[in-house]
Ligand binder design. Structure first.
Ligand SMILES: Nc1nc2c(ncn2[C@@H]2O[C@H](COP(=O)(O)OP(=O)(O)O)[C@@H](O)[C@H]2O)c(=O)[nH]1
Ligand SMILES: [Mg+2]
Length: 297
């Protein structure tokens, strides 16, 4: 299940301008004593998780599928560059047959045993116009599996970001509205209080994985607002990694008993106690009845 740590050759594939921005960002990270980042990528199937992993690495490290059948198992890709290790974990989609796939979530959790996750990339599409109950359920399931603290280590990634907004909306307004809708779903799905959520706002990263993505004069892939998105995304990832909140340590306890199960277990002795009292009470009443009945016979 472990992955081989390889030299990050994809790094050389980035345009020089991107490379120098990344070198600077990683240098800052090193100054803070961080020489390893482990990023977990989750979301529905087909939203562009695997493509985003490849874009971030500058190489085709994981397989991308246009139609349904994607990988069934999580995959960790590890790359090393100048003493810095980047681990990215790609995962199967969290929906199966129209429902949240608890099986996929469980598999992901087991795969993560003894790993520390510094950042979660929760991926969805920018070019979708609604969120529905299933999205909320997915968020709820992630929160139940890993604890809602995971959201303080997360970044919302919206793919297919090279789009022309409908209805005369400007690009920035469209992005803001879509982000707001997904963020609200995260807040509600994870059952986080509004104030707590605003205090630790989840940043949003825009992504365009398509080979047809526009480029600037430095050959960097850019969004319609002119932003070179790869260095921007890496910057956001690093900000989340160093935001002072605790990284997610996946240990036996987390894998074997989800938080919500633990919460439920507290009530088991209480329920058994009430059951016992009820049985005793019924037995006493029956005895009383028999005694009374005997008198009048
Ligand atoms: N135009 C466009 N297509 C994308 C983007 N990201 C992914 N795709 C395509 O969407 C399909 C599913 O992508 P994939 O990365 O396998 O999604 P996953 O199931 O979430 O891992 C593939 O055909 C990708 O080429 C994007 O940002 N823009
Ligand atoms: Mg995939």
């Amino acid at each position: 299940m472990g992955s081989v740590l390889r030299e990050w050759t994809g790094f050389q594939q980035f345009p020089t301008a991107t490379q120098s921005k990344l070198v600077e960002l990683f240098a800052k990270l090193k100054e803070e004593g961080v020489d390893k980042l482990t990023i977990l990528v989750m979301g529905k199937g087909g939203v562009g998780k695997s493509s985003t992993v490849n874009s971030l690495l500058g190489e085709r490290a994981v397989s991308v599928s246009s139609f349904q059948s994607e990988g069934f198992r999580p995959v960790m890709v590890s790359r090393n560059r100048a003493g810095f290790t980047l681990n990215i974990i790609d995962t199967p989609g969290l929906v199966e047959g129209g429902y949240v796939s608890y099986q996929a979530l469980d598999m992901i959790k087991r795969f993560l045993l003894n790993k520390t996750i510094h950042v979660l990339l929760y991926v969805d599409r920018l070019d979708a116009y609604r969120v529905d109950d299933l999205d909320k359920q997915i968020i709820g399931a992630i929160s139940d599996s890993f604890g809602k603290e995971i959201w303080s280590k997360s970044l919302l990634v919206l793919t297919h970001a090279q789009l022309c907004p409908p209805d005369d909306l400007s690009y920035d307004v469209f992005c803001a509205r879509r982000s707001e809708a997904v963020l609200k779903t995260i807040r509600m799905g994870a059952r986080i209080r509004k104030r707590d959520f605003e205090d630790s706002a989840i940043p949003v990263g825009l992504v365009e994985n398509s080979g047809r993505c526009n480029k600037n004069e430095n050959d960097e892939k850019i969004l319609p607002n002119g932003d070179a998105w790869i260095p921007s995304l890496v910057k956001e990832i690093i900000l989340v990694a160093t935001n002072g909140k605790k990284a997610l340590v996946v240990d036996e306890k987390l894998v074997n008993g989800s938080e919500s199960n633990d919460r439920g277990k507290i009530f088991i002795p209480l329920i058994l106690g009430i059951q016992w009292l009820l049985v005793k009470w019924i037995q006493r009443e029956i005895k009383k009845d028999i005694a009374k009945g005997g008198k009048y016979l």
